[in-house]
Design a binder for this molecule. Sequence first.
Ligand code: UGA
Length: 436
Amino acid sequence: MRLSVIGCGYLGAVHAAAMASLGHDVVGIDVDERKIESLSRGEAPFFEPGLEEILTAGIESGKLHFTTDMSAAAGAQVHFIGVGTPQQKDGYAADLTYVNAAVDALIPHLSEGDIVAGKSTVPVGTAAELAERVSPTGATLVWNPEFLREGWAVKDTIDPDRLVAGVPAGPEGERAADILREVYYPSVEKGTPFIVTDYATAELVKVSANAFLATKISFINAMAEIAEVTGADVTQLADAIGYDARIGRRFLGAGIGFGGGCLPKDIRAFSARAEELGRGESVAFLREIDEINMRRRDRAVQLVVDGLGGSVFKKNITVLGAAFKPHSDDIRDSPALDVAVRLHGLGAWVTITDPAAIENARRVHPQLNYVEDRDEALRGADLVIVVTEWDEYRRELSPEHAASLTAGTVIVDGRNCLDAAAWRAAGWTYYGMGRP
Ligand code: UGA
């Protein structure tokens, strides 16, 4: 099938390459010339395991092209909209400028019977408005939210755990759902749940999934706060409640909390939209979720201050990690980087390392000292803090080796990812998040 993908950021670039890998003829379209040039060379503009392989394969097979020319969308049967919906500069609501611009630019190139499939995360109600603009062309709008996780984006796109299609009522909607089933044929044949809904449900599925995940993380972080004043161990607590299949252990990792380009902005946009709809109280708890999340960063900073005897001024602190999570170079709303910047603000000499995110971090926070090599970064540190649980720090750094490089032996485990007993046995003073 011929497909176009409008917007070649994280979502769009992965989607375009993944659809080509399924055998479709795909054109990826973006207004950013540098991004298009890089993708056309088979180079991913961001770190995502497995993406360059499918980009290169798609380009070499002739099934995948990238361009800045919107007219290249003409002739495709399905047009995916995968542009960003960032938080507005002056509020919590989502900024729909890019979605509106993409749809307006696409409309002149649509033909009767085309499908426009929205993938961006949007406030509920957006699809119905866009459908009114699209329908005079004879094309059908569907809402097909994306659930990919950074770091697993290729796998999540090619082999998702569910597919959701919000469609208009009646035969037009049934036809649109069938066309989407053809697009995602390997998943559909495999029996992956394919849920057909109305627009509002599809839009809400996406934001409520992210709200639930954020809630799960903040729930366990709230338990960490209670553990901190009672001497309990939140990791054991998470293990124990996680064995209950109704609860589940995943996303019960207590630590410095969630960040990235999705969870924080999505829960805020959800609150803003609920307020517009007169139902602000229904999701008022998301404010608490946000606040619990931000408090964990304060806690991590406090542990560092305590670990250094009350002041970080002119102390050498090595921060292991900058990305908002491992297997990513994304530093958007990264709790890791925020903790590093706060420590710098308190007068510490902060050295920071990360296997993938240094370049991005340096661009935004040039005041920190960036060192690529982990061991070099550790040399002479008075205190070490782990803020992104890369294997390089979690599995591959032995406490003995670390102690041979650092000046002090205090470690703060901002992700509860280290073996506390092993670090203590090697002579370190270990501080976890909600662990004694
Ligand atoms: C999230 C969702 O997981 C995806 O399903 C969704 O498609 C995506 O947002 C999106 O809306 O585009 P992502 O932002 O890639 O994906 O990251 P997550 O894996 O959800 O992690 C988010 C944050 O939560 C990270 O900072 C991570 O360190 C933190 N986290 C995660 C915890 O603090 N504890 C945990 O137990 C799990």
